[in-house]
Design a protein around this ligand. Structure first.
Ligand code: FES
Length: 154
């Protein structure tokens, strides 16, 4: 796949900030996702070629981190934490409520492209449990009414 010059330039700038090229892998992937919206197999290959590694290694990294998407996501990418603190503070009924409200199941994107929904492991904001992340913003502690209000304002 042909990587646009503007993205290649950003990759070069990211690499220049590190002593070793491989240390720039996460920033390079992040820039790629910002550009394309997700990391496709073609992008993985291009990044592997650029970084001097294998597509398998890139796939391992992309699938390890929840912040990377391997398929297109909706305009509002909702990740609901279901790990311990959020679980103990009642995330499950809220997840059920959310799914009913936006009309999609886990791992799906709505047909109008407005929402994607997935469960997430601890998002590092346990003090806000139960919480969710929508794109780069985090919301919590959530209750039934707050969740409704947030979704209605998207
Ligand atoms: S357990 Fe949900 S943010 Fe940590």
């Amino acid at each position: 796949m042909e990587i646009p010059e503007e993205l290649k330039k950003k990759w070069d700038e990211a690499v220049a900030r590190y002593e070793e090229k491989r240390a720039a892998l996460l920033p390079v992937l992040r820039l790629s996702q910002d550009h394309f919206g997700y990391i496709s197999a073609e992008v993985e290959e291009a990044v592997a070629h650029y970084m001097g590694t294998t597509p398998v290694h890139i796939r391992e990294v992309v699938t390890f981190y929840e912040l990377f998407h391997t398929k297109p996501v909706g305009k509002n990418n909702i990740q609901f934490c279901h790990t311990l603190a959020c679980n103990l503070n009642g995330c499950e009924p809220l997840i059920k409520q959310l799914k009913e409200k936006i009309g999609i199941k886990e791992g799906e994107t709505s047909s109008d492209g407005k929402y994607s929904f997935s469960r997430a492991e601890c998002l590092g904001a346990c003090e806000m449990a139960p919480m969710m992340k929508i794109n780069k913003d985090i919301y919590g502690p959530l209750d039934k009414d707050k969740l409704n209000e947030i979704i209605e304002n998207l």
